[in-house]
Design a binder for this molecule. Structure first.
Ligand SMILES: *Cc1c(COP(=O)(O)O)cnc(C)c1O
Length: 365
């Protein structure tokens, strides 16, 4: 029997292909490519979908985070407390803003930043908490909000893996002062290139991000402050508008697939993540095993693609050598044991059962 290789993700348009092509054609024939009607319409539609008062399209998720921090006046001499277990871009954004990332260990059940550890990391220089809603599940926002309130810290949410997720019923990106979203092609809502957005209820903050993304201009050729060039382009905005109406359905598919994995993998050698919030949108389905290399190899021989999110805690990356030494033993363990299984809308049940079977067989070898 020849088996086709099962991809890890499937970012090419599928059920949305006709709408995406129509959107591309519309922009190409319009002849207008930067900051125009598509970006404006997408901002309104994305704000509506996420429950935020304002959304501002930017170049990518990293810039979304950095621009939020800059717009809040957080920079040189300031500290931002974040998680060691995320895409390094979360912490790179803090450095881009001129501030210093400080790492607080994870809650090993939720895999997101632990509120007590975050509180222990607070110093007189701390200005913000930057939790990541990792793998599609919200961080423990109620506990983090108490820490933020006690120490007068801004709460900035990294929602790059959590489009439409909720935290105890509250939409992510509307809980803190602002949320950062990425539309990298493999995210739950992906562009066909880079893209990002900032959500906020604060009109002044939205306006400042709008200005910063466009060179700090208040009017054409009037640079009020030293901004950056980080605009969502018209083509990506039109593509995102075409895909946004599919997002609820895709999210439901992700949740169904996760339930299938959960049922199929119980009783196998891997530990299945607890679902601590029904607002989990399963950007990734990540299992834990003390025997990761062998399991990953076993799945590879069965033509099943897996990835590791993430192999190295951010503070252990050389790029962060200058940051305060971080003691994050739980993140260290997680990084050695986590394995992400294929999960994307369009993964069918036959493929899912193939993964489940392969993992079931693994414990017998
Ligand atoms: C993808 C991602 C980012 C960065 O987004 P880009 O659009 O690639 O810049 C930041 N944080 C998290 C948690 C991500 O998953």
């Amino acid at each position: 029997m020849t088996r086709t290789r099962m991809p890890f993700a499937a970012p090419a348009p599928r059920d949305d292909a006709a709408e995406v092509r129509a959107a591309i054609d519309r922009v190409v024939s319009s002849g207008w490519f930067i900051l125009g009607p598509e970006v404006e319409a997408f901002e309104a539609e994305f704000a509506d979908a996420t429950g935020a008062a304002h959304a501002v399209g930017v170049g990518n998720g990293t810039d979304a985070l950095a621009l939020i921090l800059r717009a809040l006046g957080i920079g040189a001499g300031d500290e931002v407390i974040t998680t060691p277990l995320s895409a390094a871009y979360t912490a790179l954004a803090v450095i881009m803003a001129g501030a210093r990332p400080v790492f607080a260990d994870i809650d090993p059940a939720r895999m997101t930043i632990d509120a007590d550890a975050a509180e222990r990391a607070v110093t007189p220089r701390t200005r913000a908490l930057l939790p990541v809603h990792l793998y599609g599940q919200a961080a423990d926002m109620a506990a983090l909000e108490r820490v933020a309130a006690r120490h007068n810290l801004a709460m900035v949410e990294d929602c790059c893996q959590a489009h439409l997720a909720t935290a105890a019923g509250r939409p992510v990106g509307t809980i803190g002062v602002a949320g950062a979203f990425s539309f990298y092609p493999t995210k739950n809502l992906g562009a066909l290139g880079d893209g990002g957005a900032v959500t906020t209820r604060d009109p002044a903050l939205a306006e400042r991000v709008r200005r910063l993304r466009n060179g700090g201009q208040t009017a054409r050729y009037q640079h009020e402050e030293a901004g950056v060039n980080s605009r969502l382009d018209e083509l990506q905005a039109a593509i995102l508008r075409a895909r946004l109406p599919f997002l609820r359905g895709w999210t439901a598919s992700r949740r169904t697939l996760a339930a299938g994995y959960r049922a199929g993998l119980s009783g196998t050698s891997v530990r299945v993540p607890p679902e601590l919030d029904s607002g989990h949108v399963y950007h990734l389905f990540v299992v834990q095993t003390g025997n990761r290399a062998a399991l990953q190899q076993h799945l590879a021989t069965q033509e099943i693609s897996t990835l590791v999110h993430y192999p190295t805690p951010i503070p252990r990356q050389r790029a962060f050598a200058a940051s305060r030494p971080a003691h994050c033993p739980l993140a260290d363990t997680a990084c050695n044991e986590l394995l992400s299984l294929p999960l994307y809308p369009g993964l069918d049940d036959v493929d899912l059962q193939r993964v489940v079977r392969a993992i079931g067989e693994f414990q017998e070898v």
